[in-house]
Design a binder for this molecule. Structure first.
Ligand SMILES: Cc1cc2nc3c(=O)[nH]c(=O)nc-3n(C[C@H](O)[C@H](O)[C@H](O)COP(=O)(O)O)c2cc1C
Length: 221
């Protein structure tokens, strides 16, 4: 798959078939993502990946139990306090398209909350990757992990594996650290649920739009 096709066809899948991704395919994606550049070539990403649906289910259950018990989110890295101007508009447009795709009316707060909570069921995906990074690496360690994230997403797309990046999975880092025995000095930055997309699921039917690059770039000649 050429890079343009991978970039333009990738989307966030939020419904999955239960079929496991073959271990050899997951290993290939991880080997490809490992090619990502990083500052001073530190390669600071420390992904924890569930190789089997059973391992995914065990984490899903631990996370779900924690959320159902009413735990408050305590992300290692603060989530944005507010979204301004075009960022707020795009965020709302994206949410609206998502809820419309699955027939949740604007006023249905309970329905929207139910859908949001699917994040903590990993959208029932058969695999998840949680990306940790040493705290002392700060902001640029996070940037490196973001580069790693996109490399993984594109490698997956090229292999026919669907993904959804999830900052939501960083809401309760204590659960992930305990479940996977990860040291306290590692920040949990985000997760990626992945597997084979359920093509019939309406939630996989909507696509987000992008502003033209002219709106983002200040082009100087
Ligand atoms: C760092 C990051 C965090 C994200 N967190 C979530 C999340 O918690 N839950 C979710 O459903 N989607 C999440 N997404 C997916 C975005 O909503 C999605 O990428 C965006 O709306 C563009 O849509 P597309 O991926 O289908 O092109 C995240 C994406 C990124 C890159």
């Amino acid at each position: 798959m050429d890079i343009d096709t991978a970039l333009s066809q990738r989307y966030s899948a939020r419904a999955y078939r239960q079929t496991a991704v073959p271990p050899a395919t997951i290993r290939q994606l991880l080997a490809q993502a490992q090619q990502a550049p990083s500052w001073c070539n530190t390669q600071p990403w420390e992904p924890v990946v569930t190789a089997t649906p059973a391992a995914t289910d065990a984490f899903r259950q631990a996370l779900w139990d924690h959320v159902q018990a009413g735990a408050m989110p305590r992300p290692d890295e603060p989530f944005p306090a507010r979204y301004e101007a075009e960022h707020d508009r795009r965020r709302k447009d994206c949410g609206k398209a998502l809820y419309e795709a699955i027939g949740i009316p604007r006023a249905d707060r309970a329905g929207a909350l139910r859908q949001t909570l699917q994040n903590f069921r990993l959208f029932e995906a058969p695999h998840v990757m949680l990306v940790f990074c040493r705290r002392s690496l700060g902001f640029y360690g996070g940037v490196d992990c973001g580069v790693y994230l996109q490399s993984f997403l594109l490698a997956a797309q090229a292999a026919g594996v669907a993904t959804v990046a999830q900052a939501a999975l960083a809401s309760y880092p204590e659960v992930a650290r305990q479940h996977f025995d990860v040291a306290e000095d590692r920040r949990l930055l985000f997760g990626v649920s992945f597997g084979f997309a359920d093509p019939a699921a309406p939630i996989n039917g909507f696509r987000t739009q992008r502003a033209g690059f002219e709106q983002a770039v200040r082009w100087v000649d």
